[in-house]
Design a protein around this ligand. Sequence first.
Ligand code: UDP
Length: 236
Amino acid sequence: MKKEFLYQGKAKRIFQTEEEDEVLVEFKDDATAFDGRKKGFIENKGYFNCSISSLLFKHLEEKGVNTHFLEQVGPNSMLARKLDIIPLEVVMRNIVAGSLKRRLGQPEGFPLSQPVLELYYKNDEFGDPMINDYHIRVMEWATGEELDRMKELAFRINFELTARFRILGIDLVDLKLEFGRFKGNILLADEISPDTCRFWKQDTGERLDKDRFRQDLGDVSQAYENILKLLKGESN
Ligand code: UDP
């Protein structure tokens, strides 16, 4: 199915398939944090993140959100539509954590009265700086219309995933989304996983996401596995 290696990021490798507008996305076990300054390896992360992303993309498709996802074709690989990626990270927040805690001086765990959307320019060299609509339009990273569409989708995705995780006893604290263009539409791209979301267990507050790696909390791989098991309905 793989034809030609296209490129790789920190967590995934992308291959062209025989279909012109389809790619194979291979998820790696490599882990990085703090703009790549911390490097490591999380056992079976590729399998967990590919499977979690596949289940969540399927869920969103069922809720009417169009994504790049086509099919999980191996433990750590999925077929996806080949998009023209927009170089933005759209972050949605429901509870204060991470950089918002540092920026606003609010305590970690403070519930936001409504979801907060933030925009970042996806560029490692510049440390993914926070930007706003004006930067995006003036740099022509997206049109005003595309930006409006991405914002509308980001709120819908956050709403659907918050509801999905709430019934599993998990708070979706925040998440990062990426989008791309495909045949005139904007589709959700990249992945939705413990690498790109913060998941807190409602009863114990236990972190089931990449913060375990960032903060050396231990049991990193087990946390990712836990999220997958919950989504598959297999968990304790
Ligand atoms: N995030 C991500 N990629 C990035 C930056 C952030 O997936 O390059 C995710 C992160 O895992 C969290 C959310 O976006 O779920 C918000 O991250 P934050 O701005 O708090 O930054 P952090 O504290 O993770 O550096």
